[in-house]
Design a protein around this ligand. Structure first.
Ligand code: NI
Length: 163
């Protein structure tokens, strides 16, 4: 296992629609293990392949008791609404309030290629949607009004310049 470098905004790969995962082999299992290690090291609850520079539809998460690997993820249904703080390892964890559905059903393939569906609500549902968005080239700041989006980006750049 190895810790990968986290790709940060505004890297191009973060805005690209990921390519489908087609090979469910040892390399995918190793990549997923690296992604978990990278995510834990960064103290995140989810990490998608574009965040380590790979244009692939793949994410890992460990959030609110839900730990999984999702290849070719889709949100197949949602319900309700929640408003809560969200951040992203690719945007320096600068937080912002994002309105999203309260519940979400994820459909994806596991590391062996088996399709599964999983329901979540609250924070874990938020992670399903945030990480699936990454696979579609979308960041959480894309859900914000322009002014708040600009504020998050500004703060991220400022904090980065201190490091
Ligand atoms: Ni993120």
């Amino acid at each position: 296992m190895a810790i990968r470098k986290i790709t940060e905004y505004p890297a191009e790969v973060l805005g690209q629609v990921g390519k489908p995962v087609t090979e469910f082999d040892d390399a995918l299992a190793e990549l997923s293990a690296d992604m978990f290690e990278t995510m834990y090291e960064a103290e995140g609850v989810g990490l998608a392949a574009p965040q380590i520079g790979l244009n692939m539809r793949l994410f890992v998460m460990d959030c609110d008791g839900i730990k999984l690997i999702a290849a070719n993820p889709e949100i197949v249904s949602t319900e309700g609404e929640q408003s809560g703080q969200e951040g992203c390892l690719s945007v320096g964890k600068v937080p912002a309030v994002v309105v999203r559905p309260m519940k979400a059903r994820l459909k994806a393939q596991d590391v062996k290629g088996e399709w599964f569906e999983r329901d979540a609500e609250g924070y874990a549902a938020r992670a399903f949607m945030h990480e699936t968005d990454h696979c579609n080239g979308k960041l959480f700041i894309d859900h914000l009004p322009k002014l708040r989006r600009d504020m998050v980006v500004k703060r991220f750049k400022k904090e980065k310049s201190w490091k």
